[in-house]
Design a protein around this ligand. Structure first.
Ligand code: ADP
Length: 255
């Protein structure tokens, strides 16, 4: 190469190349931003009509003159509309999340936050006779965004219930280790096959589409979890064995 091109020429070529790369990246970034804005706008626009469908169905289904069969039909619409609403909210949250650069950080009491989640999901867990236990150091607090951390735990525990087995157990663990907070959500449910593990973080990926749909799943829950962990400078990984159970283990700097 040096025989054919003089050094200044090589430098010029490199300069030209890096300039072109920069331009390409700028264009790419611009189109990503546009795509995120589009997703946010569409989700926002869809929210109102879906909310109307849900509230109308909830109102209709209470009508005492309805036959059992008619009720069942409304219930089908209601279930699908609720799933759509969840999907819209999650898409909106991801698109907004990726667009905004900073989040309000405050001191978050992770034990209190976990208790709120457990309380909120108690009924769902009871339906499958699943027992949820929380094990923790007395005080586990970190600097974080309360709404996002709540959403993260909600998604993980909800999955543990959805993919848990009847009469199963869910353990939630929190501990402090030096400057780090370590958390875990562990179930003894259906588990995830080894080859599926790397894919579960992808948007819209579901191992078993029909089961996930039945549970009202969207395939966005874990990609949100991944994003929320990253926003807090943390890390997450999963340990799972098909048929035996799954454990999501994460760590955050206390900050
Ligand atoms: P979904 O809305 O389908 O639950 P997620 O992004 O939350 O979407 O999860 C992606 C997929 O990972 C799920 O469809 C399911 O197949 C698998 N998965 C997630 N959590 C668990 C778990 N605790 N046990 C077994 N499989 C799980």
């Amino acid at each position: 190469l040096t025989k054919r091109l003089s050094l200044p020429k090589v430098r010029d070529e490199l300069y030209e190349l890096s300039h072109k790369f920069n331009q390409m990246f700028e264009r790419l970034e611009e189109s990503f931003e546009k795509e995120q804005q589009f997703t946010a706008d569409v989700s926002h626009e869809l929210r109102t009509p879906v909310t109307v469908i849900i509230s109308q169905c909830e109102y209709l289904i209470e009508d005492p003159v309805l036959e059992e069969e008619e009720k069942e039909e409304i219930m089908i619409i209601l279930r699908q509309a609720r799933r759509m609403s969840k999907l819209i909210n999650e898409m909106l949250m991801i698109a907004r999340g990726e667009m905004s650069e900073s989040y309000d950080m405050e001191e978050v009491d992770l034990i209190l936050l976990t208790e709120v989640i457990v309380e909120e999901l108690r009924e769902q867990a009871e339906k499958k006779k699943i027992q949820i236990s929380v094990f923790s150091d007395r005080d586990v607090k970190m600097m974080g965004n309360h709404t996002l951390l709540l959403r993260m735990m909600m998604n993980l525990v909800q999955n543990a219930i959805s993919y848990g087995k009847e009469h199963g157990h869910i353990d939630i663990l929190w501990k402090e280790q030096g400057d780090m907070i370590i958390g875990e959500v562990k179930d003894d449910g259906i588990g995830i096959a080894q080859e599926d593990i790397p894919k579960i973080w992808d948007r819209f990926y579901r191992v078993d589409k029909s089961r996930s749909r039945e549970n009202g799943g969207t395939g966005l829950g874990l990609s949100m979890v991944h994003f929320i962990v990253a926003v807090h400078g943390g890390q997450i990984h999963v340990e799972s064995k098909k048929g035996e159970g799954t454990s999501f283990i994460f760590q955050f700097p206390k900050m």
